[in-house]
Design a protein around this ligand. Structure first.
Ligand code: 5GP
Ligand code: ZN
Length: 114
């Protein structure tokens, strides 16, 4: 997707602080962090929203969880606690239409979320 900012980050065409990469997944620091740890985990494949995930993508979502767990452990927030959040469509607050999972941690989280 040439106009997709997260595709361009995955292709290294625009800069980002990449903290994890494998053949299917890339993770990088959020540009506008909302917590001491705020990392975005994305598939290299362009999938616009959670609702666009197909049966063929189920292994990919397992890889995203695996990457998120690894990053949470590396950043010291696994045992303290963290959130893995994805926003889907406008009322959720989704602003980038390439699916991404926010890893948020390093401070107490409120519930219900805003
Ligand atoms: P959403 O609101 O779609 O759930 O989350 C989009 C996230 O992407 C936001 O937290 C925003 O700060 C982050 N973001 C948007 N553009 C960029 C960018 O160019 N680079 C990085 N690293 N993060 C971005
Ligand atoms: Zn994309």
């Amino acid at each position: 997707m040439p106009d997709c900012i997260f595709c361009r980050i995955a292709e290294k065409k625009i800069p980002a602080k990449i903290v994890y990469e494998d053949d299917m997944v890339v993770a990088f620091e959020d540009l506008d962090p909302q917590a001491p740890v705020h990392v975005l985990v994305i598939p290299k494949k362009h999938i616009a929203t959670l609702l666009d995930a197909g049966d063929e993508d189920m292994a990919l979502f397992g890889r995203i969880v695996k990457a998120a767990n690894s990053i949470a452990r590396d950043r010291g927030i696994a045992e303290r606690g963290f959130r893995l959040v994805t926003n889907c469509n406008p009322e959720s607050g989704q602003s980038v239409y390439h699916i991404h999972f926010h890893i948020l941690g390093g401070r107490p989280m409120l519930w219900p979320p805003g």
